[in-house]
Design a protein around this ligand. Structure first.
Ligand code: ADP
Ligand code: MG
Length: 720
């Protein structure tokens, strides 16, 4: 058995870097060359048509048939000139990842290449195999994909990809993108209303996202020799290497050559696709890296993140590398997140989360800043639910990632500003007073110092001109977190707008009405603010005192979606109907169950078929040795002791695997999905995974290295 491991190690020792050349000296020469973006549309469409498309995009409107025909025809010519032969509706079903089904431009019936507006606008893929949470029964398999003109088409391979939403036959959304688009519209409407209290010129507010992607890289051969990585994306066994991340020498260290070539190539491919990747570096754990793009409008940024993950996988293959996006592929080491940097920016170019040197403008900044904190306080449970993935359960609260407790970090400077504003709650402001000075908000530092030395332990941190939602998992679709965040902020902004107007109606001056509501918000949301060490036990205790949620697993976290409050919130803002919301939770629970089921099987198979036989074989050698020693009259106590230890672990593995199988049989009969998911969480994962792992990992230390069948952590993580 150990042959698999040693063959893999041999392959690895023969690897050489795959050299990559830049297509030219300037990225600008090929950046976006595979994208049918605004510039290409302007160049290929009649001015009137182009104007219609851009207006529709800006105002969240439908595009008429004639316009769609014109766009389709232009896109086809452009794509064919670049070698594309097919088109596909590219969408993001609830399975995670993306889906596509290719159709050729060539129409055999007419003998020419065709692409009609109707084909651009809508397609009917057979949707029966995509999860629908019971919305769509299989005999009614039809679902629609519908063009999302706000995200540009692009060529991938020889296929023109059209970003689309995925909707059931009866109109319910079945993907990550549709609710996101609706949430972005909601936040645009609410934020614009609030902005217009300050500046009538503002017509739109756009949410922006910069998603920093963390990932691990392992050699392809080593990956293939680890069935758990292949089947579950994470290692279910593996003793911590003698050296983990304690040296802290990997972070920002020099990038290993094979990984460097891989990065170079995927960046080139990403640039061609108009994905603005910019930063690359080593992360904290050995073999962990990060890529960060420049921020873009949320919907496009999320499409780009999804596409980038795919590009990384494909380019990785070429370099004999496997890219792991799982939130926690290796126990005991840092997990991978996808920090969602987020802000709101007006169509007049103002970042609403950037403090300025003007006291007046800062009232606008404070309005958005404080309202966002209040929104997180009001809907912390929903934010927690929005980042729930099976993998994130292993990462959150594991002492090197934000805990499952939602809190907001704002830094000492902004804390001082809010404290001052709160303290001066009863200050009387007379006509002619400088209100800003009297309230201590006349001088907000433009540069927030904490942004450079910020609290890395916070799940939701203000970093100078944006918030960073750090709890999002590495493998997740940002759309889910962004849908929740933008919806709760939209809701809070509307609430703010109404409260301020109510005060104005009572005769209060507008500026003062605004300040009064903000002061109330500061007081009401104080408990969500935390500046200390989010990894500490003290925080867990303190958070409990403050009655903040600390939901450790996905299944229970998801309950927050279907509370009356959340369901009403989504419905009110047109993001999701009750039915859609419930279907999504159902899909997530089903997928959770399957994931835990697969992991349980992998654990059982590996333990019984790989580990136990290896341990028994080694034990037999020891028994021969013990007998030999005895025959010579030499003390064999130590060997006998090891034999007993091995027996103990083998027994523990067998007993627990058997019990786990029985338990699964029982649980699989539970018909209620929620109950079944809870049972998989509590009675399978929590009860058996760690005990079995513990016994296996102990055996790894006892059994001869030459016999051990699984590629070890030190090999996976340190050899490249
Ligand atoms: P750091 O690396 O220190 O976290 P950066 O300034 O490099 O901070 O930004 C990290 C990510 O945040 C990048 O993707 C960047 O484009 C993004 N970002 C910067 N400003 C904004 C903003 N206003 N809105 C959204 N994302 C932003
Ligand atoms: Mg960051």
């Amino acid at each position: 058995m150990a042959q698999l491991r040693f063959n893999a190690l041999k392959k690895l020792s023969e690897r050489t870097p795959v050299h990559v050349d830049m297509p030219g000296p300037n990225v600008s020469k090929f950046y976006g060359e595979l994208v049918f973006g605004a510039e290409q549309m302007r160049g290929t469409l009649a001015p009137a048509v182009y104007k219609k498309v851009s207006q529709a995009i800006k105002n969240h409107e439908k595009i008429d048939e004639a316009t769609a025909d014109a766009v389709a025809s232009a896109a086809k010519s452009w794509a064919m000139a670049k070698g594309a032969s097919h088109f596909t509706h590219w969408f993001q079903p609830m399975t995670g990842g993306t889906a596509e089904k290719h159709d050729s431009f060539f129409d055999a019936l007419s003998g020419i290449e065709k692409f009609k507006g109707s084909e651009l606008v809508q397609q009917e893929p057979d949707a029966s195999s995509f999860p629908s949470g019971g919305i769509r029964s299989t005999f009614e398999a039809r679902g629609y994909t519908a063009w999302d003109p706000t995200s540009p088409m692009f060529i991938y391979g020889t296929t023109l990809c059209i970003p689309t939403v995925f909707v059931s036959y009866t109109g319910e959304t079945l993907d990550a993108k549709a609710p996101l688009l609706k949430a972005l519209k909601a936040v645009d409407l609410a934020a614009t209303k609030v902005c217009q209290m300050f500046d009538k010129d503002i017509q739109h507010v756009v949410a922006s996202l910069g998603a920093e992607q963390e990932y691990f890289v392992v050699d392809r051969a080593l990956f293939d020799a680890r069935p758990d990585l292949v089947m579950a994306g994470r290692s279910v066994f593996g003793h911590a290497p003698a050296r983990g991340q304690q040296m802290e020498d990997h972070y920002f260290g020099s990038i290993p050559p094979r990984v460097y070539d891989f990065m170079k190539e995927f960046e080139i491919e990403a640039w061609k696709l108009g994905i603005p990747v910019r930063t690359r570096h080593n992360e904290v754990a050995p073999s962990q890296f990060e890529v960060a793009p420049l921020f873009e409008e949320v919907n496009v940024a999320n499409d780009h993140n999804q596409l980038m993950m795919d590009v990384m996988n494909r380019v990785g293959e070429k370099h004999n590398l496997k890219i792991l996006f799982h939130e926690k592929p290796f126990a005991g080491l840092n997990g991978s997140g996808k920090h969602n940097n987020w802000s709101l920016i007006t169509d007049t170019g103002v970042n609403l989360y950037a403090p300025t040197s003007s006291a007046r403008d800062n009232l606008l900044f404070l309005t958005f800043f404080i309202t966002t904190i209040k929104a997180v306080h009001e809907h912390a449970d929903l934010l927690r639910a929005s980042i729930a993935t099976p993998g994130n359960d292993f990462r959150l609260g594991a002492n090197e990632a934000p805990p499952a407790i939602m809190s907001v970090f704002i830094g000492s400077q902004m804390t001082a500003v809010l404290d001052e504003l709160e303290k001066k709650g009863n200050v009387k402001i007379e006509k002619g007073d400088n209100m800003y000075m009297k309230l201590g908000i006349d001088q907000i530092p433009e540069i927030i110092l904490d942004a450079t030395d910020r609290n890395r332990t916070s799940p939701f941190a203000f970093t100078g001109n944006k918030f960073e939602f750090r709890a999002v998992g590495g493998s997740d679709n940002c759309g889910t977190a962004m849908t929740a965040l933008n919806t709760i902020v939209a809701e809070q902004l509307e609430n703010f707008y109404e409260l301020v107007n109510a005060e104005i109606e009572k005769g209060e001056e507008k500026r003062l009405a605004i300040v009064n509501v903000l002061r109330t918000y500061i007081k009401e949301s104080k408990d969500i603010r935390f500046e200390g060490d989010g990894y500490s036990d003290d925080w867990v205790k303190e958070a409990a005192k403050r009655k903040l949620g600390n939901v450790k697993n996905m299944v229970r976290a998801l309950d927050a979606y279907t509370t009356k409050k959340s369901a009403a919130l989504f419905e009110k803002h047109g993001v999701m109907s009750h039915k859609e919301n419930e279907a999504r939770v159902e899909i997530k629970l089903e997928s959770y169950i399957k994931r835990v089921q697969i992991e349980a099987r992998v654990i059982g198979d590996l333990a019984m078929n790989h580990i136990v036989p290896t341990a028994i074989a080694y034990q037999t050698k020891l028994i021969e040795n013990a007998n030999g020693l005895k025959g010579l009259g030499v003390d064999n106590t130590a060997v006998v002791q090891t034999i007993k230890e091995i027996s103990g672990h083998i027994d523990a593995i067998k007993a627990n695997v058997r019990a786990m199988v029985e338990e699964r049989k029982r649980i699989n009969k539970v018909t209620d999905t929620h109950k079944r998911a809870i049972a998989y969480c509590d009675d399978i994962k929590e009860k058996y995974f760690d005990v079995i792992r513990d016994a296996v990992d102990k055996l790894e230390l006892l059994v001869d290295n030459e016999d051990w069948p699984l590629v070890k952590y030190r090999e996976l993580l340190f050899l490249r």
